[in-house]
Design a binder for this molecule. Structure first.
Ligand code: FE
Length: 289
């Protein structure tokens, strides 16, 4: 018998400045008291602006260790380069995922885009046993992200995981999270099974919707909906429909020590990482760019 999850927490994403002065909204990660409730997810950033001055400063060369990141550009272009020698442009609809593992140094620079630029970055924590794994990087072109139409009219882009027989191309994230982009038409209902015990949350992009059968208030855009226990998610589209991202993953239940772009298990590991970065011994795989 299915038990439908109800929202446990609904929070507006918070205006934040990061990188070299990028104005963005932080959906997950602005309140460290909530880390364990979003486990294994650490951070969700949303760059959304019609003004290039909000994002052109970008995220110049910086290190990461201990995490994986998934960057999804809905509209716009982000140029990137990293210490493994990868470089290129992530364009509209493209997905890039990166395992920082034991260490990577990269830059992520949004380019001037006419109109409404929007890009999201998710951080997924690595378990202690894999934090120092070799770094790796993949990119997926928009056309390789399957789109499926469900009964009831919802359209789902499957970035990672499965939905209705469609399998997402982002398959190598250690924690095997599910990452869906869902559009529910006005009054339509989206239903999706999620493994019991997994952390599940949604992030609203456009429109508004009801995120649980017991919800009476529409949740508007730019909100995080963290679900409570259960094994099924249902979302009903509001009068103009609703578009959102849905994330699910198994929690790690390990201590989190987090400083800036580096997430380890202990303060000593953080100190070591920053010491190594300062002294030029941070990268284990290739020279500093
Ligand atoms: Fe980064």
């Amino acid at each position: 018998m299915n038990r439908t999850r109800e929202p446990e927490l609904i929070l507006a994403s918070r205006p934040t400045v990061d990188g070299a002065g990028v104005r963005l909204r932080r959906g997950v990660g602005h309140d460290r008291r909530l880390i364990s409730r979003f486990d294994p997810f650490l951070l969700l950033d949303d760059i959304h602006s019609t003004d290039p001055d909000d994002y052109l400063a970008g995220f110049p060369w910086h290190p990461h260790r201990g995490i994986e990141t998934v960057t999804y550009v809905l509209r716009g272009e982000v140029a990137h380069g990293d210490s493994l020698g990868n470089h290129g442009v992530i364009g509209s609809g493209d997905v890039q995922w990166m395992t920082a593992g034991g260490g990577i140094v990269h830059q992520e620079m949004p380019r001037r885009f006419r109109g409404d630029m929007r890009g999201l970055q998710l951080w997924v924590n690595l378990p202690a046993s894999r934090k120092m794994m070799p770094p790796r990087y993949r990119s997926v072109a928009a056309g390789s992200v399957p789109e499926c139409r469900l009964e009831g009219g919802s359209i789902v882009r499957v970035i990672a995981g499965r939905c209705n027989g469609c399998e997402g191309p982002v398959a190598d994230i250690v924690r095997s999270p599910e990452y869906l982009e869902v559009a529910v038409p006005p009054g339509g209902e989206f239903t999706h099974p999620t493994a019991p015990g997994h952390t599940v949350f949604a992030y609203t992009l456009e429109g508004e919707g009801l995120f649980g059968p017991g919800s009476s208030r529409q949740t508007p855009a730019d909100h995080v909906v963290l679900y409570g226990a259960g094994d099924l998610v249902t979302v009903r589209g509001g009068p103009g429909g609703v578009r959102f991202l849905l994330f699910a993953g198994a929690p790690l239940r390990e201590p989190v020590a987090w400083r800036g772009p580096i997430v380890m298990n202990t303060e000593e590991e953080l100190d070591l990482a920053f010491r190594e970065y300062r002294s030029g011994t941070f990268l284990k795989s290739s020279p500093h760019p």
